[in-house]
Design a protein around this ligand. Structure first.
Ligand code: SF4
Ligand code: SF4
Ligand code: SF4
Length: 581
């Protein structure tokens, strides 16, 4: 690659030709503020916060868009540049509701931070303001365009990363607003509830529906037995809300925090991730041995993905595993097996889950997910809501001792914990499928080919019975779409596919802590959270789902064997086409 030499604020730097000025500046520790630019998502140069002076150029240059030239001299903090950025911010504020005190993003808002740094006068430009109706038409996400700064990051992530295209810019000029086609509400569109738009929004214009009051109402009701289950990715995310470095596993403190909130029992959804593998792994083995069965079989644990395939590929629903997700299996097991074993009336049981995911809020409402006759899961909250709930109750993770999940079904294997990252379900499944078919555990449990952050990864596994299994892993829905198009065209070479809707998998789910673009543009947040998950796996005693002693108990006492009639009644589901715009 051709190299280019330039100076940024007088500091020499050499970069590849084609590098953006913004990235060249970062290389020598010069940070340029942005509001619309987001690495790997968008660089449309519309907000004009990243303007810089280039010596010799007449006008300011947008550094997220313009690329370097040999001999270029870039100045990032001249009075002209600072004045331009300040005016940009004050113009944004002139059409912004500025209700910072009660805004969900206050103290984690990119606009608020920059307005403070640039010493903005919030009321410098007074005039007409737009007033928008809030869109709260769905169970997972609220859009408040009164706070929108039209950066279009949400549009880019929905289009480029998720290939859903549920939102875009409507109208023109001062009346421009972000919304769905023809002004429809989000629940009328093909939106899959992934929440990735919330994650990239720099301000408080997009946020999850808050179910924390419902949780506390249940906890405070003496007539209710309230159980909480936490997903794998939550423990490597929630610490960030309390000042821990990105990728810190705070499992023990998280469990203590749940107890302090007043839950009657605190269990680990890793346990039902193990159960998912028991069911799904055996389902795969049975499909591999049946020449009439639909292959490739595709995982079904990601509700954003299920919403996507039901909306965009309804003709491929037979390829999905019939397993409910670990969250739904968790609720189903609690209200059937656990309720029976401990003599608790499922009508009085409230199952709460803490999830990295906004789409889970759609999953709990699925019609057929009522193994006990009552909804498997009653309330699901995101990692962010969980942190908010703790802060409201003055529970600071940093001040807590660690504790263990409750017995008797609190144990999960580290393979179940791998569900928190892209490739994790596949790796957990391959460990168990190989052990079941080969009649012995593998010597090496790590499947490194399915790890990492490439959009689509593949591997081939040879089993002792002579069967070769080609597998693929896709994360983010634009990558899933490529694999689905292959299946539709009859060109898929795989027998088993894992799909997670969110980029990086659940660890970067739509409900995880929001990381400002200043950090996202410089740090690989997904890799750091994934490392925490793999580190736990390296050190764990139980690294395979089928070795979790809880599985043995569950099958001995209740389900009989994987894919039994009873297991199908409680742990499996069906899918149907979603007809949306
Ligand atoms: S989005 Fe930011 S600037 Fe706007 S009200 Fe919320 S915290 Fe304040
Ligand atoms: S939730 Fe996902 S699908 Fe829906 S608008 Fe946001 S990014 Fe698009
Ligand atoms: S909703 Fe948020 S991400 Fe979308 S355009 Fe508005 S400010 Fe940007």
């Amino acid at each position: 690659m051709k190299q280019v030499n330039l100076k940024v604020n007088g500091i020499p730097v050499t970069v590849d030709a084609g590098t953006r000025i913004l990235d060249a500046a970062r290389k020598v520790g010069v940070n340029i503020p942005t509001l619309c630019y987001l690495k790997d998502v968008t660089n449309q140069g519309s907000c004009r916060m990243c303007v810089v002076e280039v010596v010799g150029a007449k006008n300011l240059v947008t550094s997220c868009f313009a690329t370097v030239r040999e001999g270029m001299e870039v100045l990032t903090n001249t009075p002209k540049v600072l004045a331009s950025r300040k005016t940009t911010l004050e113009l944004i504020l002139s059409n912004h509701d500025q209700k910072c005190l009660s805004c969900v993003r206050s103290t984690n808002c990119e606009l608020q931070k920059l307005a403070l740094e640039y010493g903005c006068d919030s009321y410098k430009y007074q005039g007409e303001k737009n007033h928008y109706e809030i869109d709260d038409s769905n169970p997972y996400l609220i859009r408040d365009n009164n706070k929108c700064i039209l950066c279009r990051r949400c549009v880019a992530v929905c289009d480029k990363i998720q290939s859903v295209n549920a939102i875009g810019a409507n109208n023109r000029g001062f009346k421009t607003e972000i919304g769905s086609v023809f002004g429809h509400k989000l629940n009328e569109t093909g939106c899959v509830a992934c929440g990735q738009c919330i994650k990239v929004c720099p301000v408080g214009a997009l946020y999850e529906k808050d179910d924390t009051d419902r949780v506390m109402k249940a906890i405070l009701d003496p007539d209710k037995f309230v159980i909480v289950g936490t997903a794998p990715a939550v423990r490597v995310g929630v610490g960030e809300e309390f000042g821990y470095p990105i990728g810190t596993d705070v499992q023990g403190k998280m469990v203590t925090a749940c107890r302090r909130l007043g839950f009657d029992k605190v269990f680990d959804v890793n346990m039902t991730a193990d159960l998912t593998i028991m069911e799904e792994g055996n389902e795969l083995i049975s499909r591999l041995g049946d020449k009439n069965a639909k292959l490739p079989m595709i995982t079904s644990c990601s509700p954003g993905w299920i919403n996507f395939i039901e909306t965009f590929y309804p003709d491929l629903l037979d390829h999905l595993s019939t397993c409910k997700s670990p969250q739904q299996m968790f609720g189903a097991v609690m209200k059937t097996y656990y309720a029976e074993k401990f003599g608790i009336d499922p009508a009085k049981m409230v199952v709460v889950t803490v999830m990295p995911c906004t789409a889970k809020k759609t999953e709990v409402l699925r019609e057929h997910h009522k193994a006990s006759g009552y909804p498997d899961v009653d309330i699901t909250i995101t990692t962010r809501e969980f942190a908010r709930l703790l802060k409201r109750h003055s529970i600071d993770l940093r001040n807590l001792e660690e504790s263990e999940f409750d017995d008797p079904i609190g144990t999960g294997s580290s393979a179940g914990n791998l569900f928190g990252t892209t490739g994790g379900v596949m790796e957990a499944a391959l460990r168990t499928v190989a052990a079941v078919v080969n009649g012995r555990n593998l010597d090496k449990l790590d499947f490194k080919k399915v790890r990492g952050m490439d959009g689509i990864r593949e591997a081939t596994v040879k089993l002792d019975n002579g069967v070769t299994v080609n597998v693929a892993v896709a994360h983010s829905l634009s990558n899933a779409r490529k694999l689905m198009d292959e299946i539709r065209a009859g060109k898929s070479k795989y027998q088993f596919i894992e799909v997670m809707a969110c980029p990086g998998g659940c660890l970067n789910g739509g409900g995880q802590p929001i990381v400002p673009s200043e950090v996202l543009n410089n740090v690989d947040v997904k890799a750091l959270r994934a490392k925490a998950i793999y580190d736990k796996d390296k050190k764990a005693e139980i690294r395979q789902c089928h070795e979790n002693p809880v599985m043995k108990t569950l099958y001995k006492d209740y389900f009989g064997k994987p894919n039994s009639h009873k297991a199908h009644e409680v742990l499996h589901t069906t899918y149907s086409a979603q007809h949306k715009l």
